[in-house]
Structures are given as C-alpha cells and as structure tokens.
Design a protein around this ligand. Structure first.
Ligand SMILES: Cc1cc2nc3c(=O)[nH]c(=O)nc-3n(C[C@H](O)[C@H](O)[C@H](O)COP(=O)(O)O)c2cc1C
Length: 354
C-alpha cells in the first residue's frame, strides 16, 4: 500500500496531523524554528534537549525562558539526564509549560552529556534507562517518548533489545536514529535497523536520519513501516524542504521569500533570546538560509560581520525589496506573544545532541 505523508496519526491520544516530525536540535530548535516548522508542514515539533539537572538546580546560565506558543502544538519537549527523580521533576515542569509530549534523550553522543550517564550512555545501562522512563511516565499525564541511537558502539543493535523494554516501562513512542553514538554523524543511518525495531514494538516508531527529500521520506516509511519520519539537518534554514517533503512539489523559494522568512526568524529569535544572544545564535542561520545558490556568498559574509540584527534586517530588505510586504503578512499571521505560557527554564545549548 502506498504510504501517505499527509495521513494523521497519534501518540497515545495526541493527534499528529502529518507524518513529518521536526527534529530536536540543540542550538537550533528554538521556538521560532518550531513555529516555522509547523507552518511548513511538520505535524509534530520538538524542543532542543533541556537539562534535567539544569532545571533542578535552577542554574542561572542555563535558565531563562522556555516558551510554548499557541501555534506550536503538538509539541514535544525533550529532556536529558540520568537520574530518575530529577528527570521526573523536569518532566513535571515541561508538562506545566504546555508540552503535549515529554521526550527523553537517550541518543546524545556528546561526551559532556554521556559522561554524566545521560544521552547515549543510557543505551549501555538498560536497567537505569528503564527506571528513568518509568519515573517520567509516572510523573506526568502526557505521553512520554524516547529518542535513541542504534547503540553506543559501531554496529550495535542495542536499540532492538532496549526498545521493547522502554515501551514496557511506559514509552508511548520511540524515535530511532540508526547510527551508533560512536559514528556521531558520519556514514549513513541504517534504516534496516529501524524496520526491525518497528517489528518488535506495538507503539509508533519515528525514523530519524538522512531524510532530506520527499523521495527519501517515502522510501524510509516504506522500508521501515515507521509511523513517521523525522527531519533534522535538511530543515536548517530551509523550511521549504519540509514543504517539499509534505506536499511533493519542489518549492524553491524566491529571494524575496527567503529574505522574508529569515527576517521573521531573526525578529522571533530576538524576542525569544534577547538581542545579545540572538546575534551569535543567528550567525549559522545566515549561511543556511542564503546558501543553496540563493544569494551570492559575499553577502552572507557581510551579514555575519554586522553587529546588530537591525543592521542585518536592513541589509536583507535592501537586497530583496519585495520582502517587506511578505514579512508584514507573515507577522500578521503569527499569534501575539501574550498567548504563550512562560516558564523560567531555558533549554541549554549543547551542539550535536543526538
Ligand atoms: C546541530 C544538531 C543538534 C542536535 N541536537 C539534538 C538534540 O538536542 N536532541 C536529539 O535527540 N537529537 C539531536 N540531534 C540529532 C537529530 O535530531 C537527528 O536525529 C540527526 O541529526 C539525524 O537526522 P538528520 O539526518 O535528518 O540530520 C541534533 C543534530 C544536529 C545536527
């Protein structure tokens, strides 16, 4: 039977309108990114990973605002940690912040995380992994899910043993990025492992890894029987990739459309992070948006040098004058900031989280 990317599905009662999930990405998946992802066809969006210890200790550096906007739902907020009680407390906080799903990170390969026993390290400690899931599932009313790698060492198949145990412990869905933690982002995601996991569990499985086009998305769904595909790197500065995957047509945007989306993204990021943090945060996005042959390379170099986001916006409007009315229209469609729930926790940014 042909698979459809537009078919609704659900995770323990949480309705997801399309089979495309926007991935959690540390240093990327801020609210502006998630809202944009929903507009471009993602049925479910995820926050970047939030440290349970950071929440517990109310660490000033890692705390700020964790905002959930009205137009993000359904939204999964991802937490990481290795201590069942701290994870349960963090889960209660993100549920209170308005998350529809609490996701747990069992895939982060970065040493800063694994050395604390969290992230991919939990794949080597199934007993603790199950206790974490059980504690979190007991703590909250919303469904809890887990995102894993295939295992820690190259060629590992640990996810196939662990997955069913996590479901028994209370996971309502599993996301698999079938690279080993050791592989980081090298080589290819081996979705034959995803297909095996799908066979072994009765909950929805989300396939993550190397989904960059509609063709690839359909092939992965067909090969694996997964409920949905997750898109990460392909959506960085390129929401049109989500639309292409969702709707099947090629959506190469005009310069005006690119500039308009980037201006809205910049303004949203400033609102969310404050000007000072946003200036640094946004630099990588300039290359992502303006690449793909959309703008000449020196233009990107010029934007990266500018000291304020106002200057960047001015340069973008000068380069694509037709973008201004598009920005006006986009901003009119976004719900006001007042509709958000504010919580004094900020996702901590650790690159390369899963
Ligand atoms: C910059 C970056 C940050 C990431 N941060 C997280 C994270 O916080 N949590 C997580 O579960 N996975 C994280 N990942 C992994 C992605 O969610 C995804 O599983 C992986 O990139 C494979 O998908 P892709 O081939 O579509 O990029 C991150 C990936 C990248 C590139």
């Amino acid at each position: 039977m042909p698979v459809s990317l537009q078919e609704p599905w659900s995770i323990a009662g949480v309705a997801v309108p399309t089979r495309i999930v926007l991935a959690p990405m540390a240093g990327v998946s801020i609210q502006a990114f998630r809202r944009q992802g929903r507009r471009f066809g993602a049925g479910l969006v995820c926050s970047e990973m939030v440290s349970a210890a950071g929440i517990e200790h109310r660490n000033e550096r890692t705390f700020g605002y964790l905002r959930v906007a009205g137009d993000e739902h359904p939204l999964a907020i991802q937490i990481f940690g290795a201590e069942p009680r701290a994870m349960a407390d963090a889960a209660r906080m993100v549920e209170a912040a308005g998350a529809d799903i609490v996701d747990m990170n069992f895939g982060c390969p970065v040493r800063k995380v694994t050395k604390t026993g969290a992230g991919a390290h939990l794949m080597d400690d199934p007993e603790l992994a199950c206790r974490v899931v059980e504690a979190v599932a007991t703590a909250v009313e919303v469904p809890v899910t887990v995102k894993m790698r295939r295992g820690v060492a190259n060629g590992s198949r640990a996810c196939l043993e662990l997955g069913p145990r996590l479901v028994e412990a209370g996971a309502a869905a599993l996301t698999l990025h079938p690279r080993s933690a050791q592989q980081m982002y090298t080589g290819e995601a081996d979705h034959s492992v995803t297909a095996e996991l799908v066979e072994r569990v009765a909950v929805p499985v989300i396939a993550s890894g190397d989904v960059t086009s509609r063709e690839k998305a359909l092939a992965v769904l067909e090969q694996t029987g997964a409920a949905a595909v997750m898109v990460a790197r392909a959506a960085q500065g390129n929401p049109w990739a989500l639309r292409e995957i969702a709707e099947g047509e090629s959506f190469e945007p005009t310069r005006e459309e690119v500039a308009a989306e980037l201006v809205v993204f910049i303004r949203e990021a400033v609102r969310e992070l404050g000007e000072q943090r946003a200036v640094g945060f946004l630099k990588k996005f300039y290359g992502w948006y303006l690449g793909h042959g959309r703008f000449p390379k020196p233009f990107k170099q010029e934007l990266v040098q500018l000291k304020t986001t106002d200057e960047v916006v001015t340069r973008l409007f000068a380069a694509a004058p037709g973008a201004a009315p598009l920005v006006e229209r986009l901003e009119a469609e976004l719900p006001a900031a007042g509709e958000e729930i504010l919580l004094d926790a900020l996702p901590i940014s650790l690159y390369g989280g899963g």
